[in-house]
Design a binder for this molecule. Structure first.
Ligand code: ADP
Ligand code: MG
Ligand code: MG
Length: 209
């Protein structure tokens, strides 16, 4: 079944940039509660740079690599390298294949998760973006196993990411700046998990047309 095309990848990054920009204040407020209050600003800058760096008429792998590279170079804070790694890993996985299908894109998302885990050393339950991304990848794989086409897999991933982000509220942060707060990090939504849910929602919306 058909996988992520280059033009869909391009539209995904553009839509993610729109959603991040529209929610930048909310993301920054979430980060002000348990971090240093710059997450919305960091990501807005990063995704704007990603949009500016999008190659014309390129396959999905090249699109995601270019977006990830731009995000790393233009995003401050912990989230820049983490988001950059996410997109570059997915991109590199796809770039090695001739005609990536819906299963290959699932494997690319898993490669992205592995990259984020390696770089940040966060496990599920540590109150980070991993708490949104890991359930999203699992939900994608389950939908795939059930025979869903790409838009259905992406919708399952987006819904799981949102639920995963919401589930960070009662967690105590064990990675990143929020971990400095110890127990005082409990009772707040993790900003990086919230933005990861937005980025996956952008994917689902893009593919649903
Ligand atoms: P900074 O904390 O450096 O200001 P941001 O505010 O842009 O960076 O991003 C904070 C988010 O980054 C957190 O909400 C969390 O989701 C994510 N994060 C921080 N450290 C890690 C880590 N080690 N692994 C995974 N995600 C992390
Ligand atoms: Mg911050
Ligand atoms: Mg910061």
């Amino acid at each position: 079944m058909i996988g992520l095309t280059g033009s869909a990848a391009d539209r995904w990054i553009r839509r993610a940039a729109e959603l991040v920009s529209a929610d930048a204040e909310r993301l920054t407020a979430l980060d002000a509660a348990i971090g240093d209050g710059d997450h919305g600003h960091n990501l807005d800058r990063g995704f704007a740079a990603a949009v500016a760096a999008l190659p014309a008429d390129a396959p999905a792998g090249k699109v995601l690599i270019a977006a990830g590279r731009a995000i790393v170079s233009r995003t401050g804070g912990a989230s820049g390298p983490l988001y950059g790694t996410m997109l570059r890993r997915a991109g590199r996985y796809l770039d090695d294949l001739d005609d990536p299908d819906v299963a290959d894109f699932g494997a690319a998302l898993r490669a992205a998760l592995d990259g984020v885990r390696e770089l940040g050393q966060a496990a599920e339950g540590d109150k980070t973006m991993v708490d949104a991304l890991a359930p999203a990848v699992e939900a994608y794989e389950e939908a795939l196993a059930g025979g869903a086409p790409l838009p259905g897999c992406a919708r399952a991933a987006a819904d799981a990411a949102e639920a995963g982000a919401d589930a960070t509220v009662p967690m105590q942060a064990r990675k990143g700046r929020a971990s400095y707060l110890g127990e005082r990090s409990v009772g707040h939504l993790d900003p990086g998990a919230a933005s990861t849910a937005l980025v996956l929602r952008a994917l689902a919306e893009t593919l649903e047309g």
